[in-house]
Design a protein around this ligand. Structure first.
Ligand SMILES: CC(C)(COP(=O)(O)OP(=O)(O)OC[C@H]1O[C@@H](n2cnc3c(N)ncnc32)[C@H](O)[C@@H]1OP(=O)(O)O)[C@@H](O)C(=O)NCCC(=O)NCCS
Length: 145
């Protein structure tokens, strides 16, 4: 299994992964829209025998109107390839690339139990909230230094 940056030829496979694994096409469309808008900072695929089996995206986010961080979403791995650390490798390599690109922080909306292993902490600890009133429980933020 290799993890590498997405290429143009991967776009259809990435769309197929998210369409298959999320209840709606929302995530697949989100990735397409972020890419089209030039907001995808990091987009990595996991490839097994030339097949895209997983994907993670990081895109620009703004705080008080200033773009200074990135958001992690979505991440998905085909069911047959789960529990092998593929998502973990996608996320760790993505975070390393974000850090190298000098993005100041990463936010993620997800399960605290899963994301804590990458260093994410509750957003409230950083004085962060969002315009949608999402609760603090599932919302986490991670500093990059
Ligand atoms: C979440 C997902 C990407 C994990 O992929 P993976 O390659 O199996 O992940 P890893 O092998 O790195 O890690 C497995 C861990 O993820 C946990 N996990 C699986 N699905 C999860 C979910 N929806 N939320 C939180 N944690 C989850 C497993 O319990 C396991 O935890 P453990 O290490 O404590 O046992 C995969 O299950 C998936 O694609 N799910 C559907 C899409 C999705 O819900 N994405 C996340 C929200 S954007």
């Amino acid at each position: 299994m290799i993890v590498r940056s997405e290429e143009h030829a991967d776009h259809g496979a990435i769309r197929a992964v998210h369409t298959a694994l999320f209840p709606t096409v929302g995530e697949a469309r989100l990735v397409d829209a972020l890419r089209a808008a030039g907001h995808l900072c990091v987009s990595l695929v996991a490839e097994e025998q030339r097949e895209v089996v997983g994907h993670v995206a990081f895109s620009r986010v703004s705080v008080l109107g200033a773009i200074d961080g990135v958001g992690l979403a979505p991440v998905a791995v085909l069911a047959a390839f789960r529990q092998r650390g593929i998502a973990e490798q996608l996320i760790r390599e993505g975070l390393a690339l974000c850090k190298r690109s000098s993005h100041g922080f990463v936010v993620v909306l997800g399960d605290p139990h899963y994301y804590r292993r990458f260093g994410f902490m509750p957003a409230s600890g950083w004085g962060l909230c969002d315009q949608y009133g999402a609760g603090d429980g599932p919302r986490t933020e991670r500093g990059l230094d």
